[in-house]
Design a protein around this ligand. Structure first.
Ligand code: DQA
Length: 518
């Protein structure tokens, strides 16, 4: 058995938690080690389209000793509904999924929540494995066995406790995490740090509250510390009778922001960062958190950007009122006396809550309007045959920089203009077609240097014509000035543009062109 980095010890069993680089490629071995020796269950992977585009093939490949299939559904919180659950259950039952089979939830919080819930109710409970792919999923959602779906009247209103057999987190996956997803997860890590891991809070103060900026090694150990923090709380109170409620630190105001904006404008973690800031205000008033300490914590949390929103104090208060009704007329506030000293309080004065709500409305106004919503989110940069040899291959034609250097420069440029990119290279026509197909929904635009296939491949031309995603054809050299056979591109009629002969600047130009289209 590959030794797990962490374990969640519960009365009925101990759940191994693997947290490592490249864990996805060892999924099969890890899953095998939580089964009994004789059995080979069939496996159904539940995942969303975004994650499937990036990781499904590798997951299936790693599980090749099992009979494995997948159910793929659209991404987003909107899918955490009865309707989606029903189609999942319909498909599992009609495909002959058996009680002894295994579900694998490959994705962020939405996927693992719905997968765990389906597992808990199908045939009164089948086994499942959580493979969280986001920071939020790894550090929070996938640990602790809370499963569920949303109801029209609120999030997570329907659900169960149903622990997975194992939690498998591949830290390499964080490399493809979009910027706002980083923030979303960072909030839950910051929350755990304030609650129970002061050494992690000190690191956060030193480095940044946004983990997308962290150096690799520190990041990995921070994630493990945060997971350990959550595990300790779940071990002490699996069913949220008592201590587990502390994990709602910052969530009361955070939830009010999400409700007031109809869950549209904020990622969960962005709302939680703001909710933590409002909680500090209340903590000073209600439980004597020293105001210098509150300011110091606030200064760190305030570094994380968030969208601007025009919300009134009354909107916040009425969302809180609604939560209060659900909790039998009493809101249980999780507040801080100091870092690592949370308390649960239910007699907070209305005027203090109003003051904190006022503060919150101020933070919301100060938000950042520009980078949210109107940015081009994702671009795939695809390089074709022989471009892996850049630097070494005919440098007088293609220049001396390697493919890695070229990709790194494109990545940096993309960051500057707020575009998320993925780079892929293949020498194989079929693989290039697979990549175009696989990333067609993930990407808003594709920058494609098809190499010599430019001049011959009708199959690639068909693949580009078959997808709606705009493709820009790029060549380092000026193909119009080279050998006769290179002058014609069979792909250019189906691409939105051809940029040729500008070296790496051609890729930059393509990136900017796509960004302007959005
Ligand atoms: C190329 C031009 C193609 O003709 C050639 O086969 C390549 C590279 C370029 O970037 O200039 O491999 O696409």
């Amino acid at each position: 058995m590959i030794p797990p980095e962490l374990q969640l010890a519960l009365p009925e069993r101990t759940i191994p938690i693997w947290v490592q680089d490249g864990a996805l490629s060892r999924l099969g071995t890890m899953v095998r080690s939580v089964l009994s020796e004789k059995e080979t269950p069939r496996i159904t992977i539940l995942t969303d389209e975004n994650v499937a585009a990036l990781y499904l093939d590798e997951a299936i490949n790693s599980l090749k000793d099992f009979h494995t299939r997948a159910i793929v559904f659209p991404p987003g919180e909107g899918e955490k509904q009865f309707a989606r659950l029903r189609t999942i259950l319909d498909e599992l039952i009609s495909e002959g999924f058996q009680r002894s089979d295994l579900l694998v939830g490959l994705g962020g919080g939405v996927v693992t929540d719905i997968c765990g819930f389906a597992a808990s109710i199908l045939y009164r409970g089948v086994r499942w494995v959580a493979v969280p792919t986001t920071l939020l999923g790894m550090s929070d959602a996938a640990i602790g066995g809370k499963t569920g779906i949303d109801h029209a009247l609120g999030k997570n209103l329907i659900g169960t406790f149903h622990q997975p057999q194992a939690i498998i987190a591949d830290l390499d996956m964080l490399k493809t995490l979009p910027e706002r997803e980083w923030r979303s997860g960072s909030a839950e890590v910051a929350k755990t740090a304030l609650l129970s891991t002061p050494e992690l809070w000190q690191e956060i103060q030193k480095i940044s509250p946004d983990f997308s900026n962290w150096p690799q090694e520190e990041l990995q150990s921070a994630i493990r510390v945060a997971m350990r923090g959550k595990i300790d709380i779940v071990e002490a109170d699996e069913r949220e009778q008592n201590q587990r409620r502390l994990l709602n630190l910052g969530h009361t105001f955070g939830h009010a922001i999400e409700v007031a904006t109809n869950y549209q404008a904020f990622r969960h973690g962005e709302a939680v960062f703001l909710g933590l800031r409002a909680m500090l205000h209340l903590s000073v008033r209600a439980v004597g958190l020293p105001s210098e300490e509150a300011h110091a914590i606030d200064a760190v949390l305030a570094k994380v950007p968030h969208p601007a929103a025009e919300i009134s104090i009354d909107q916040i208060l009425s969302a809180l009122e609604h939560d209060k009704k659900k909790a039998h007329g009493k809101l249980h506030w999780i507040l801080l006396k100091a870092v690592e000293q949370p308390v649960i309080v239910d007699d907070v004065k209305d005027e203090w809550v109003r003051e904190a709500a006022e503060e919150l409305v101020g933070y919301l106004k100060e938000g950042d309007a520009a980078p949210f919503g109107n940015r081009l989110s994702r671009v795939l940069v695809l390089n074709g045959p022989n471009l892996n040899l850049l630097g070494e291959r005919e440098p007088e034609v293609y220049g001396s920089q390697t493919l890695q250097e070229l990709e790194e420069k494109i990545r940096r440029r993309a960051e500057q203009i707020d575009v998320e990119i993925l780079c892929r290279q293949s020498n194989h026509e079929g693989e290039l077609i697979d990549l175009l197909q696989r990333f067609r929904h993930w990407a808003d635009g594709i920058i494609f240097n098809p190499g010599a296939f430019t001049h011959t491949s009708i199959a690639l031309r068909d693949a580009i014509a078959a997808i709606d995603t705009p493709v820009i054809e790029v060549h380092l050299s000026d193909i119009s000035k080279r050998e006769d056979f290179r002058r014609q591109s069979v792909l250019s009629p189906v691409c939105v543009r051809q940029i040729s002969g500008k070296g790496i600047s051609g890729y930059f130009e393509a990136l900017e062109f796509l960004a302007e289209q959005k």
